[in-house]
Structure formats: structure tokens, C-alpha cells
Design a protein around this ligand. Structure first.
Ligand SMILES: Cc1ncc(COP(=O)(O)O)c(C=O)c1O
Length: 369
């Protein structure tokens, strides 16, 4: 069926650092899983084996972690927002009404708004231009105030950070100097997703993953992947591949320059990946523990979303970026060198994170669902 989506090595936006598998860090707090398990509506999201994709990518098994229905929301982000809001509330006097403020391309804002509602507080979400109206309506439906700005995600973060008042708490999923604690909790919250995958692969009798593919915006989710897989001495570490939109590949640019750099944000259907600056907190983890980074086009992610839909997985454009990135890396001209850098063998188990459902961020060209 497919057109060859792997690009010639020279044209593919690609970075590899094979030494990353030996990098090590400390694990996230185990309290996170216990907290999530007690939340209303929590259950592990599905991990779905798709043999057709294994054949397509030339590997042993492919599993897709489907985040399209995470605690009643259409993206993984609530794992981080819930733990961070819980930690923020626990350092405030009981009974004080708070305003939870954030900037978001959609999914994180909706998750913060949901948590504000759950815990009896208000939320204010700053949204950059270019976010799909469906995503904005979803935040409003959670009861939050939404301010749409004529600017980029980075602009929205600056406005949210400046809009603080005594009853306000900024719950932002990216870090900068002086703002690190809350984003650290958000990353800790994300690690539940990887703990679920460990259990699910073991239950399925599958091999440990040899490659885990992560859609990347500011890099907090990728940081969670690194902190999960690089903090278990003795366990064979998978290769970790970050996938960004070509329109905003700030992690790829930073890895290539070996320093944290910003890129101008572009226009992309992968709204949650449209971030121009990596999280300062994530950067040391990404530089040390990521094996490779690739960037994909909107056309590649849309094609991948249609492919996932054909297997009954309703991935939105950010979620489908994982499949698009795996295809770009593992197939096409120059793939031998990229596969070698990722230590891919014909029997390797690959896990693709499909981080959002199409309900969160509709896929262009799909029938209205
Ligand atoms: C659906 C989806 N996938 C992936 C990401 C990337 O996460 P991060 O910004 O932590 O890299 C986001 C961020 O908003 C997202 O909404």
C-alpha cells in the first residue's frame, strides 16, 4: 500500500547519539502510580499489538499505546496535570480557592481545567493561535476561562506566567530558570504511562521494548521516557526516539547544536508539538538519554493517522507522529545506518506512543467522527 515515506538520509532531519543507552538517572517517585490508581476514572490505557506495522517497519512486534481515552480525556496529558495539581494543592492551605493558570496547545489546558473542576477550583488557559476550535471548545466545556492570543505557544507561556495573582498557581508543563518544581511534577506524572507499558508487555508475554518512540513538543514527555528507561540498573535499555514536527523541531535543533536553542514556531496540524523551545528541565535528560531525534511533515503524520485509524486506533496528528517518525527512521534510503544507530534487529519490539485521539485534534481528511 505505501509510498516509501523514509527519506534519503541526507534529507531526513535526523540526529543520533547511540551512547545514550548507557546514560543513567534516578527514578521518579513511586507515589505517582498510587495516586493515579486512586483517581476517579483511572485505568491503564490500551497497549495494542499491530502486526501489519511490524511488517511495515521490519521489526518483530509493534505495540501502540493508545491515549485516546485517558481518564475520559483524549490525551495522555492528564497524567501530568493531575499529579502536579495534587502537589500544588497540597502545599496550599486547605479550603483556599485557587485559580490554576496555564498555556496550552489544547491537551494540557483541558487536563488542567478538568483537574481544577475535580478539585473545586477555577482555571484560566492561554491558547496560542492555530489551535483547532474543537480543542478550544473542549477546554471551555471543562468550565475554564480561555484566552486566545495572537501569538505562538512560547508567547502564550509568557502571558500565562505573567498573569499570576495571589490566588493563582501556574501549572505549566515546561520549565525555565526559576520555574522548575511544577514541571518536574508533571514529568513525574507522565511516568505512569511507561510503568503501565512495562506491566502490559509482561502480561502479553512480549519482549522488553528495543525501541520506544515519543512525540515531542517541549520534551517533558520524552524526559519522562528517559527517566523511566534510564533509571533501572540491569534492565536492558531500549533506544528512545523523539519525533517532532518539522515546523518546530527545537529538540532536534538543540541536540544537533549540543545546546538548548529556540526555533521559530511554524504552522502544523501537530498542535501539541508546535513548541519552539525545549523545557529547560528536560534538556539534560534529552541530551544525555535520547538515542535519536527525527522530524516529520504534516503529510507524513496525517498519513500515519489514517494508517492507525485503519487498525482501529483513533490517533490524532500528534499521536500519529510516532508512527510517522518510526517509518521515517526505520525505512527508506539510509535506513541501514539509522537502524544500526538504534540497534534495531528483525525481532525488536517497538512501542509507539499514540499520545492523543483524533477527538482531541481532528485529522485532516478524515470523515467527521
Ligand atoms: C498529544 C500530545 N503529544 C505529545 C506532546 C508532547 O509533549 P511534550 O511537550 O512534553 O514534549 C503533547 C504536548 O502538548 C501533546 O499534546
Amino acid at each position: 500500500m505505501t509510498a516509501p515515506l523514509g527519506l534519503p538520509a541526507s534529507l531526513l532531519p535526523w540526529f543520533a547519539r547511540p551512547a545514550a543507552r548507557a546514560w543513567a538517572c534516578t527514578p521518579a517517585s513511586a507515589d505517582v502510580r498510587v495516586f493515579h490508581a486512586g483517581l476517579p476514572g483511572y485505568s491503564p490505557t490500551p497497549l495494542i499489538e499491530v502486526p501489519v506495522l511490524a511488517a511495515l517497519l521490519g521489526v518483530g512486534q509493534v505495540f501502540v499505546k493508545d491515549e485516546s481515552a485517558r481518564m475520559g480525556l483524549a490525551a495522555f496529558k492528564v497524567l501530568g496535570a493531575s499529579w502536579a495539581v495534587h502537589k500544588v494543592l497540597s502545599r496550599r492551605p486547605a479550603g483556599a480557592e485557587l485559580l490554576l493558570v496555564t498555556a496550552s496547545d489544547g491537551n494540557h489546558g483541558r487536563a488542567v481545567a478538568r483537574m481544577a473542576r475535580l478539585f473545586g477550583h477555577r482555571a484560566h488557559v492561554f491558547v496560542p493561535s492555530g489551535v483547532h476550535p474543537v480543542a478550544i471548545a473542549a477546554i471551555v466545556a471543562e468550565g475554564a476561562r480561555v484566552t486566545e492570543i495572537a501569538g505562538t505557544y512560547d508567547d502564550a507561556v509568557r502571558l500565562a506566567a505573567a498573569a499570576r495573582e495571589p490566588s493563582a498557581e501556574l501549572v505549566q508543563d515546561t520549565a525555565w530558570p526559576g520555574y522548575e518544581q511544577v514541571p518536574g511534577w508533571i514529568v513525574e506524572g507522565y511516568t505512569t504511562l511507561f510503568a503501565e507499558i512495562d506491566t502490559q508487555l509482561a502480561d502479553a508475554g512480549a519482549a522488553r521494548p528495543g525501541l520506544v518512540v515519543v512525540p515531542t513538543g517541549v520534551g517533558s514527555l520524552a524526559q519522562a521516557a528517559v527517566s523511566h528507561y534510564r533509571s533501572r540498573p540491569g534492565a536492558s535499555a531500549p533506544a528512545l526516539l523523539s519525533v517532532e514536527s518539522e515546523a518546530a523541531a527545537c529538540v532536534l535543533a538543540s541536540l544537533s547544536k549540543n545546546e538548548l536553542v529556540s526555533v521559530p514556531a511554524g504552522v502544523t496540524v501537530m498542535a501539541g508539538l508546535n513548541c519552539g523551545t525545549p523545557s529547560m528541565l528536560a534538556w539534560p535528560f534529552l541530551r544525555g538519554g535520547l538515542d535519536a531525534a527525527v522530524a516529520v511533515t504534516d503529510a507524513e503524520s496525517i498519513a500515519a493517522a489514517h494508517e492507525l485509524a485503519g487498525h482501529g486506533i483513533p490517533g490524532g496528528p500528534c499521536g500519529a507522529a510516532s508512527l510517522a517518525g518510526a517509518r521515517a527512521a526505520l525505512t527508506g534510503e539510509g535506513a541501514d545506518a539509522r537502524r544500526a544507530a538504534l540497534a534495531i534487529e528483525p525481532d525488536t519490539t517497538v512501542v509507539l506512543l499514540s499520545t492523543e485521539g483524533a477527538a482531541a485534534n481532528p485529522v485532516p481528511g478524515s470523515p467527521p467522527g
